[in-house]
Design a protein around this ligand. Structure first.
Ligand code: FMN
Length: 485
């Protein structure tokens, strides 16, 4: 259960500061330098501090950018209200349990909140007021939306969706948005566009890490991210009713906009290129004509001394998070789909998912592999799914590689499945398919488990037990620099 003291990004940062987990850097440049500092810190420093950039070149003191807020286990735990030394798989297990047990709580509308401290409307709207970053050399412009939450409402059911989609700043009052085919925010837009209408939208650019986690996590359509945030918090999320769109906007958000996304037949704009999470420039590669929807911004709201969240994609070896929370959501979804014996699930990368099971019957491993492809969290953008036995920690790649190299006979234990849901961001997708669709790819499911039929004859493991190791660490931690849990 999250503690009540945890209330938005400001409180999260105060807690992080109290643990010596934040480094403030003054004078850096929004143009490539903040991106380079962030990526260097993530790649070169194990468990780097959160980076709070202030006095950004050309911008007043107080207009800040926050990078890698949850790149250490301590901060990940603070974001979730867990004891700071909670181990990696326990964090994932917590997410799974919480998702399963917590009753979703709808947000509570409040009159106003800190996000309304400053307002720009109509012709006054000018987002260049904020230190919007250009992160990589070949990026086609400045991206205000990387750690964002895009909020829109289904015109047919009234369901409010929240998703993270990249947003480019074309002009002070015009943004470009890239929503991959099949994304829920996009499906909602398409329902307005079919009626020839613009889709009302609100977006926040910086807020509570929990809202951000849930906004980029794939839930089934109709499962409300804000209700899930409430369930995790154990109390409703305070939201204001957006004066322009009526959409709920978290009251403690740092910066928010309201506007509309007109049908592409009415207006689009060249978008990208943008260095993406697989570590490549894919859609919108320089020179290609990638026309994407725009957001016409009608109003901007921001807190005093706003903090913009920077989640610009980085090469996968320079991660934004120390622990990937999505494994817990997948775990919950697998259990909800009726797969028994899940011992752990870890999403190392959208394209590499590992699930550990305690095998219970012939075909159990295959059921698990196929279910991963079908569950909302594992269905999109994948490449490899690896099923391991319960003695393997799915979050530990050394153990996963050991299982793959010792329990797999490639000719029988690797299954491929074609025509799965993908996105044009897949660098391996042939250029004509990436451009014209259909945006599908194939998946390999690797069954790195002891073969069920002769599992009792599988050679015994020559590794010290976890209990033995814990004893050694306890007894010899004065003599040897064992890491803290
Ligand atoms: C930092 C970050 C940026 C993302 N950018 C995009 C994007 O530009 N377009 C997109 O379609 N999905 C993007 N995603 C993935 C979606 O946020 C994710 O698939 C989410 O589930 C979408 O919301 P939905 O399930 O409500 O459609 C991004 C995820 C993260 C973590």
């Amino acid at each position: 259960m999250l503690k009540n003291e945890y209330d938005g990004l400001r409180t999260f940062l105060q807690l992080c500061e109290a643990h010596g987990e934040v480094k403030t850097i003054a004078g850096a440049d929004w143009n490539l330098e903040i991106g380079a500092i962030t990526e260097s810190a993530s790649e070169l420093i194990k468990e780097p501090p959160a980076l709070l950039f202030d006095e950004i070149k050309g911008y007043p003191k107080g207009h800040r950018v926050l990078s890698i807020p949850t790149a250490s286990r301590v901060r990940m735990n603070l974001a979730l209200g867990l004891p700071v030394d909670t181990p990696k798989m326990e964090i994932v297990r917590y997410a799974a349990k919480k998702m399963k047990a917590a009753t979703p709580i709808p947000p509570a509308f409040v009159e106003t909140g800190p996000v309304m401290q400053n307002v720009m409307r109509g012709d006054d709207v000018d987002l260049t007021k904020f230190p919007v970053l250009k992160s990589h050399q070949l990026d086609g412009g400045r991206y205000i939306g990387t750690g964002d939450s895009v909020i829109n409402r289904d015109p047919e059911t009234g369901y409010v969706n929240v998703g993270t989609y990249r947003i480019q700043m074309h002009e002070g009052n015009k943004l470009g948005i890239w929503m991959s085919p099949g994304q829920q925010g996009r499906l909602i837009c398409e329902r307005y566009w079919k009626q020839g209408k613009a889709c009302p939208v609100a977006v926040t650019f910086g807020g509570d890490p929990l809202i951000f986690f849930l906004s980029y996590t794939k839930f089934p359509f109709g499962v409300s991210e804000f209700d899930r945030v409430g369930g995790m918090l154990g109390r409703p999320l305070d939201v204001i009713r957006g004066p322009v769109t009526g959409l709920p906007i978290p009251a403690h958000a740092e910066i928010a906009i309201e506007g509309e996304i007109p049908p592409p037949s009415e207006e689009t704009h060249q978008e990208g290129p943008f260095g993406e999470w697989p570590g490549y420039y894919t859609v919108g590669t320089a020179g290609t004509n990638d026309m994407q929807p725009v957001i016409r911004v009608k109003a901007v709201y921001w807190r005093n001394n706003p903090i913009m969240l920077n989640m610009a994609p980085q090469w996968p070896g320079a991660p934004h998070h120390s622990v990937r929370f999505e494994g817990g959501i997948l775990w919950e979804q697998l259990e909800a789909a009726g797969v028994p014996g899940i011992a752990g699930a870890y999403v190392h990368h959208p394209m590499l998912i590992v699930v550990a099971i305690k095998q219970q019957y012939a075909g159990h491993a295959k059921q698990t592999g196929m279910a991963v492809l079908a569950c909302a969290t594992g269905a999109r953008n994948g490449r490899f799914v690896i099923i391991v036995d319960e003695d393997i920690d799915p979050s530990n790649m050394d153990e996963v590689v050991w299982a793959m190299t010792t329990r797999v006979d490639p000719s029988v234990d690797i299954q491929t499945v074609t025509n799965c849901w993908a996105s044009p961001l897949d660098p391996r997708m042939p250029p004509d398919v990436s451009e014209n669709g259909p945006h599908t790819n194939s998946r390999a499911i690797v069954y790195a488990v002891r073969p069920w039929e002769w599992r009792d004859k599988f050679p015994a493991v020559n590794r010290i037990s976890r209990e033995q190791m814990a004893e050694v660490v306890k007894k010899y931690s004065g003599a040897l620099p064992f890491p803290k849990r």
